[in-house]
Design a protein around this ligand. Structure first.
Ligand SMILES: Nc1ncnc2c1ncn2[C@@H]1O[C@H](COP(=O)(O)OP(=O)(O)OP(=O)(O)O)[C@@H](O)[C@H]1O
Ligand SMILES: [Mg+2]
Length: 452
């Protein structure tokens, strides 16, 4: 039900109007002065204010101004007596939705109010949708309760509002781009562009023109002037992904630009100034690369002003249940399924897996599992078979210790069986299924390895 606040110093009007509007299906609140109205505006969730123009202490115009300062979208309809029409025009200029002349026809008032309320409803819905979209990058949506992730959140809070250059390192799929966006969307630059470039995807010449733009005719194929990503990111954030792959010659150029924040387009002479915050990311150990002269050390120091290191998922497995549940909920929503949970075995498996592809791999596995799951539960069988293939049992072969093949195979078999049992919470039928053998076969092997 929409709520309307009626403001008038004449109590009779309040009584009559609130009876009329309640009869029309609105919730009607009343205030006998503008001061009182402002108190209600502060606390109530209103859809419209209907106010008299002429009131003894604070008038309708002043009330309108104060309401608009607080919430520019909240519609305000003015009631005005004959003879004060100029005031009504002024109110419209100040953002009033409309005005009605006293005494008015109920039908006229009804139409104006219904139009104002429905316009506001649409506006509110749009605002909610935009907020929901932005939420994706809000760092409320980056999942992680582990210590390393909490440290990352603290760091983002500390540095987002600054212009400091940020280097994000971490294995593939650990969320580097997500963090870069979180920094941008939590910074004062949030309404300016976030521009991402992968330094690995392009050849040296193309990357240079991609970053700095080119003038017409700068090279074969440059048929028109083109702005580079640095220019496009002006006022916002430039995210250079896979910075470790940047050719040395471009590193030199980048270093110069970072120092001066000015450059020329390829083939151009005019100097262009920009205001860009730079965030870079890599899955390489950039410090080691710099020490071995594969990456310019001076540039490394420039980029490494703030360093955010994302731990691989296997080193923060306490985040896995949260992440898995989050992705399951998201996929279930997208495929119109109801609430989905995990069987304890499936969850234990997820927590024990090493996830070489980190969060991305986990996300893909869960998405697939949600599609495959028959009921409202994800079971071990719904998880990708190649995941359940004990790849995490692989250890480098130690040839010194390898005595003879049958003995070694026996040892490996024993480890596989133990792993399968622990993944299945000691339910033998489950373990047998994981190992692809019959239950009787498993029991025979359990005896053989003294595992009973
Ligand atoms: N902590 C997290 N919470 C929620 N989702 C996450 C988290 N970390 C990563 N993701 C999701 O995992 C996927 C991979 O993240 P992202 O692309 O940011 O990783 P990356 O480190 O840039 O990977 P790459 O090195 O392969 O480019 C994305 O869909 C991202 O939304
Ligand atoms: Mg990435």
């Amino acid at each position: 039900m929409e709520t309307i606040l009626i403001v008038d110093d004449e109590k009779n009007y309040l009584v009559v109007l609130s009876a009329f509007l309640s009869g029309e299906g609105y919730e009607a609140l009343t205030a006998d002065s503008a001061e009182h109205a402002l108190e209600i505006v502060e606390t109530a969730d209103l859809d419209l204010v209907l106010t008299d123009m002429k009131m003894p202490t604070m008038d309708g115009i002043e009330l309108l101004k104060r309401i608009k300062d607080r919430d520019p979208d909240l519609p305000v309809v003015m009631m005005t007596a004959y003879g004060t029409v100029e005031k009504a025009v002024e109110a419209m200029q100040l953002g009033a939705f409309n005005f009605v002349l006293k005494p008015f026809q109920n039908e006229t008032l009804k139409q104006i109010i219904s139009k104002a309320v429905s316009t506001y409803t649409v506006l509110k819905e749009n605002r909610r949708l935009v907020e929901a979209l932005e939420d994706r990058y809000h760092f409320g949506n980056i999942i992680g309760k582990s210590k390393p992730m909490q440290a990352v959140f603290d760091m983002i809070k500390k540095i987002a509002h600054t212009k400091a250059t940020v280097l994000i390192t971490g294995e593939s799929g650990t969320g580097k781009e997500l963090i870069a966006k979180a920094i941008h969307f939590n910074s004062p630059r949030r309404n300016k562009p976030f521009v991402a470039v992968s330094c690995a995807a392009l050849t040296e010449t193309l990357l240079e023109s991609e970053l700095f733009g080119h003038e017409k005719g700068a090279f074969t194929g440059a048929i028109a002037m083109r702005k580079g990503r640095f220019e496009l990111a002006d006022g916002g954030t430039l995210f250079l992904d896979e910075i470790g792959e940047m050719p040395i010659s471009l590193q030199v150029k980048l270093l110069r630009i970072l120092e001066e924040m000015r450059f020329e387009r390829v083939g151009g002479t005019r100097t262009i100034d920009v205001d860009v915050r730079l965030i870079t990311a890599t899955n390489r150990d950039l410090k080691a690369e710099a020490e071995q002269h594969h990456f310019r050390e001076d540039l490394y120091f420039r980029l490494n002003v703030v360093h955010i290191k994302l731990q691989p998922v296997r080193e923060r497995s306490e985040d896995i249940p949260l992440l898995a549940t989050h992705f399951a909920r998201k996929s279930a929503e997208e495929s119109n399924k109801g609430e989905i949970t995990f069987t304890p075995e499936a969850m234990r498996f997820l927590c024990n897996h090493r996830w070489p592809g980190n969060v991305r791999e986990l996300e893909n596995a869960i998405e697939r599992a949600v599609l495959l799951s028959k009921g409202s539960e994800i079971t071990l069988e719904d998880l990708p078979k190649d995941l359940v293939s004990f790849s995490d049992l692989e250890t480098p072969i130690d040839w010194e210790k390898l005595s003879n093949l049958p003995e070694t195979l026996d040892a490996i078999e024993k480890r596989l069986i133990k792993k399968a049992l622990s993944l299945s919470n000691n339910v033998q039928s489950q373990a047998a299924k994981l190992l692809g053998i019959a239950r009787a076969n498993l029991q025979y092997r359990l005896k053989k390895h003294n595992l009973l």
